[in-house]
Design a protein around this ligand. Structure first.
Ligand SMILES: Cc1cc2nc3c(=O)[nH]c(=O)nc-3n(C[C@H](O)[C@H](O)[C@H](O)COP(=O)(O)O)c2cc1C
Length: 208
């Protein structure tokens, strides 16, 4: 099994990077590989709404997102992390999520009827982590939902949406045992969920 961690902060040694990494460390095991990518290493435009992906489920924009699509298709789960920027996710994370539009499937006549490529292929899992400097969830605004809502629509079951408050400077995370414990718990839960699915798949095959 495979889990892909995706960091939406440009601070490569910042709070988000550290917490996504810690989550992956909690997941990594004999049966689960992990990989970490930073969106800042890629040039990703926002979706242009051309509908060029409508029949092929492939985005026609030839930028670095083309390097990430295979990683997404080849993993069982993702860990998305973004700092809060003005009550929302970062522009990098927003552009990345917009470009997942090619995996959304709509009925031609009735667009209220929809599915997704991942749903059709059996579903995937996600953990989302949002970080902010202020003291209340209200100050975090929509950051967590801006990741979990689209992912749910795209066929990911969001196992945990971890909200970490009160981290400002990039090294603040190092003094927050509570933040580390929260992401480790989320990672453990994702690991157990993946194993449960794997074991159940095997059992079902034996029962065929
Ligand atoms: C442009 C910008 C906007 C921000 N907006 C918010 C905000 O709306 N609420 C908040 O609590 N923190 C806000 N912050 C603080 C960051 O979310 C915080 O410093 C976070 O720990 C950064 O994570 P990183 O180290 O992974 O980059 C903002 C920071 C920047 C640079």
């Amino acid at each position: 099994m495979r889990v892909l961690g995706i960091v939406g902060s440009r601070r490569k040694k910042g709070n988000t990077a550290y917490l996504v990494q810690r989550t992956l460390e909690a997941i990594k095991s004999k049966d689960i590989d992990t990989e970490l990518i930073f969106l800042s290493d890629y040039t990703i435009r926002g979706c242009i709404g051309c509908e060029g992906c409508k029949d092929t489920y492939k985005c026609v924009i030839m930028d670095d997102m083309q390097k990430i699509y295979p990683l997404l298709l080849n993993c069982d789960a993702i860990v998305l992390g973004s700092p809060t920027y003005f009550y929302n996710i970062t522009a990098d994370m927003k552009a990345f999520i917009e470009r997942l539009y090619c995996y959304q499937i709509f009925d031609e006549e009735d667009r209220s009827v929809w599915s997704s490529v991942h749903e059709v292929l059996g579903g995937k899992y996600a953990v989302v982590i949002s970080i902010c400097e202020q003291n209340t969830e209200e100050d975090m605004g929509f950051a967590a939902e801006a990741m979990s809502k689209p992912l749910t629509g795209l066929g990911y079951r969001v196992i945990e949406a971890v909200k970490i408050l009160k981290l400002f400077k990039k090294e603040d995370v190092l003094g927050s045992q509570d933040a580390l414990e929260q992401v480790e718990r989320a990672g453990e839960k994702l690991k157990k969920t993946l194993r449960l699915r794997n074991e159940t798949e095997k059992k079902l095959k034996l029962l065929e």
